[in-house]
Design a protein around this ligand. Sequence first.
Ligand code: 3H9
Ligand code: NAD
Length: 725
Amino acid sequence: MDSRTKGKTVMEVGGDGVAVITLINPPVNSLSFDVLYNLKSNYEEALSRNDVKAIVITGAKGKFSGGFDISGFGEIQKGTRKEPKVGYISIDIITDLLEAARKPSVAAIDGLALGGGLELSMACHARISTPGAQLGLPELQLGVIPGFGGTQRLPRLVGLTKALEMILTSKPVRAEEGHSLGLIDAVVPSAELLTTARRWALDIVERRKPWISSLLKTDKLPPLGEAREILKFARGQTRKQAPNMKHPLMCLDALETGIVSGPRVGLEKEAEVGSQVISLDTTKGLIHVFFSQRGTVKVPGVTDRGLMPRKIKKVAIIGGGLMGSGIATALILSSYPVILKEVNEKFLEAGIGRVKANLQSRVRKGSMSKEKFEKTMSLLKGSLDYESFRDVDMVIEAVIENISLKQQIFADLEKYCPQHCILASNTSTIDLNKIGERTKSQDRIVGAHFFSPAHVMPLLEIVRTNHTSAQVIVDLLDVGKKIKKTPVVVGNCTGFAVNRMFFPYTQAAMFLVERGADPYLIDSAVSKFGMPMGPFRLCDLVGFGVAIATATQFIENFPERTYKSMIIPLMQEDKRAGEATRKGFYLYDDKRKAKPDPELKKYIEKARSISGGNVDPKLVKLSEKEIIEMTFFPVVNEACRVFAEGIAVKAADLDIAAIMGMGFPPYRGGIMFWADSIGSKYIYSRLDEWSKTYGDFFKPCAFLAERGSKGAPLSAPVEQARSRL
Ligand SMILES: CCC[C@H](O)CC(=O)SCCNC(=O)CCNC(=O)[C@H](O)C(C)(C)COP(=O)([O-])OP(=O)([O-])OC[C@H]1O[C@@H](n2cnc3c(N)ncnc32)[C@H](O)[C@@H]1OP(=O)([O-])[O-]
Ligand SMILES: NC(=O)c1ccc[n+]([C@@H]2O[C@H](COP(=O)([O-])OP(=O)(O)OC[C@H]3O[C@@H](n4cnc5c(N)ncnc54)[C@H](O)[C@@H]3O)[C@@H](O)[C@H]2O)c1
């Protein structure tokens, strides 16, 4: 393969007159422009050759295709590749050359057919698949729309309602379901895939099987009036669920056009919309997230050394509280045998009970069978001492946040665990070097920072000290992948990446409220921006105990830039500690529904008198845009410090940490990506101005000042930014 080209297709014509075209572009046979143009040439040849009667398309190495090569969108966005004429691939190649050909095509699908991959197969005249293959149109998740005819062919094959469900949720279906839906014509074992597909193609030629063009099917479409109602409902839902994104509605436009005006006009609309969405900011953000999420496992100096992950056969967890039980759940769900250690029988029982409850909730929701529940629970064993730790490969400590207790535990672990055993702590704030101070095992001490609830939240911060060995990080990255977390490797500091970046977020909100801003307007603006909830609602959810403990760490470690508000401590004195006590910034009813509390004013006023601040008329009347800037620019400022200190190796890792750890909206690309979309110069100038008026809490750090003064991107690696200065 030419090093400049990305992927290819090969065509082999058999003695039976079937040309088998194989998509080859490892690892997922994505449809790059090279693959698509090769496919076109193969088709032209196959159609012109007299010895070819029919065509089979398949993918190399057990995967049909993961869809259009996503990096192609990036090239178009950056202007490094010219976009082909609108509709060239979907209409000229896939529809007019392939589907309208006088020789039939059959798709032989192994493994997966996603996005453009499934769309290509839907233009074939039949689809044969192996069991378990995944079939889906996940384009909306990337900010684009199915652009190779999927908005037209999927509703015609599976019906409008199912097509909308598959497109709007981006969730694939398995081959078996695809078969019952009419998307797949036959499911056969892998070994029979190609022979069945060849025979099917010849049967079509000989009219023993129907020659079906998906685009011309109408039997699955509802009558026009009903279709319009279904689409109206889908639009309403989409507006509610994705209010800040345009592309899902644009996708519905293409679907509707096809139903109202016919598939050809629909294809044209799809091509037009497909081209427009590529330049949306939300699309740029989502594509950045796709690659950044996969990039977190690439750690320079660690994963490029040829180290292989060691097999972790057994894990021990110390502490079966909120976090320990969640971590145990995540591990047994991925088939790791786990020992859970507690201080006494009562606490052990409670810890095991929490794991059980986590799994039982799956059984109730129907996502886990009773047998699977029993099998999974059987992987968990309780313990009150370290005797059973003698053959564990990894320990995760999750006891209360107390340095001397953790130090004692790690000293004990060194005595009982085998020498190769990884010693991880789930501490949120304590310096890992201090935790390991009483051991000689600093090279195998690492942070495994999960987020609550640990069996649900997708992020795992892997915290390395200067002593943690590369092998230990490689091992933990592998465990992270196996338990379906997105791991981000970060350095050792107070709060690591996520908590550290976001501590100014709550503090900024407290500052604004003390100076006269309305907390409920702040929460509303932040939710509209795309966070799952605002800072006050979040404090209530986390509980004031945790909020105070975390704030104490930051006040101690970063006193010069911590805004010390008394609002939360004052409320806690009155036994208002958040949602758990039914009173915090909001009042909660039996169904945990939050409603504003007029009494809150009292605490705000008292806190204001303690801090000596005044109501600022400008801050009373902040617009939503100003609220977002004043709460998130301090987060950007801290993210810059984290990046400049090397706590994160890449700015993109901070983007993923913010999205997966704090719920920062993915379509904004993450905290640093979002900051760069606004511009470092503007962010710097705003923070600089506020710091002069309101104090050092807002003061831009040296890194931001340097880049902001020149307008250099914040996410560029240090050398690259310098070269642009
Ligand atoms: C006009 C166009 C119209 C069309 O309708 C649009 C589309 O089709 S949009 C597309 C619609 N399709 C989708 O949205 C599917 C997106 N892909 C996926 O969901 C998962 O990758 C998949 C399930 C396929 C495999 O999961 P897994 O086994 O856990 O593996 P993994 O996830 O770790 O990926 C392994 C490597 O493959 C890479 N790569 C993967 N796909 C693509 C791609 N399409 N392109 C390029 N690269 C791709 C990925 O970056 C990674 O690279 P690296 O350098 O090793 O880091
Ligand atoms: N709560 C969160 O949101 C969160 C998030 C990330 C990390 N963390 C960190 O996770 C750790 C645990 O937090 P948590 O919220 O689960 O606390 P928790 O109080 O719910 O649980 C701690 C458990 O540890 C047990 N324990 C204490 N000493 C022990 C010992 N010597 N051996 C065995 N068990 C012992 C206690 O009995 C208790 O059940 C802390 O370091 C915390 O900072 C917490």
